[in-house]
Structure formats: structure tokens, C-alpha cells
Design a protein around this ligand. Sequence first.
Ligand code: FES
Length: 121
Amino acid sequence: MTTHAGERLLCTLDALPDGGARGMLREGFDDRLCVVRQGDEVFVWLNDCPHEHRPMEYRQDRFLSGDGQHIVCYAHSAHFDIRTGLCFAGPCTGKSLIKVPARVVDGEVWIAADLPSVFDI
Ligand code: FES
């Protein structure tokens, strides 16, 4: 298997629905990551809403608005830009999700080996 220094393999690109999202890196009842695919691009965020630091999905893998255009935290309906992670509507407007560095290489999604912490901000 190919390895990349400072990174770890998350999944293959094909494992992600194009235009959809999946929760990944399960710990207990929650997924640590919110992973969104748009074509050949993948956006990876900590599954941690900046409002009350809760997981965002209302059930497994359901992170997006009905039209698939935004990430939505279903606790209090905060809306986030998929690409920037910025909350543009809801109780934490102006705050951002925490980005996990990710890149797609030869059909595989690689992320930073060390995840950022909510306590780093
Ligand atoms: S915890 Fe996400 S909007 Fe309140």
C-alpha cells in the first residue's frame, strides 16, 4: 500500500456518494468526521458544531440540507458552507467548522494523520 508521510488513508473516493456526505472515523455512537464529496473534490470537517460542540447529523450520514448545498447542524439548524465551513445562518453565524486537511490521490482520500482538536482554536 502506498503511504504518505504525515497522512493516513481515509477511504477511496468511490466510497463517497458524489454530492453527498458520510460520517467517518466512528467513536462510540458518533462519527468524528463529516466528509463531503463534490465531484473529484472532498471536504473533511470535524463533526463538531461550533454552537454547542455536538455532532451535527440528525441520523447517520445525514449532514446536508435537502438540496445538498449546505452542511446543516440539526440540533439548532446552523447552516455551513461546504467549502469554507463558515456558518452563515443559525446560532453560530460567523463561526466555522474545523477543517481536516485532505487530498485526493489516485482515487484515494488522504487526511492529516493527526486530527485538529476543537481545543486548538
Ligand atoms: S449545536 Fe449545532 S446549531 Fe446548536
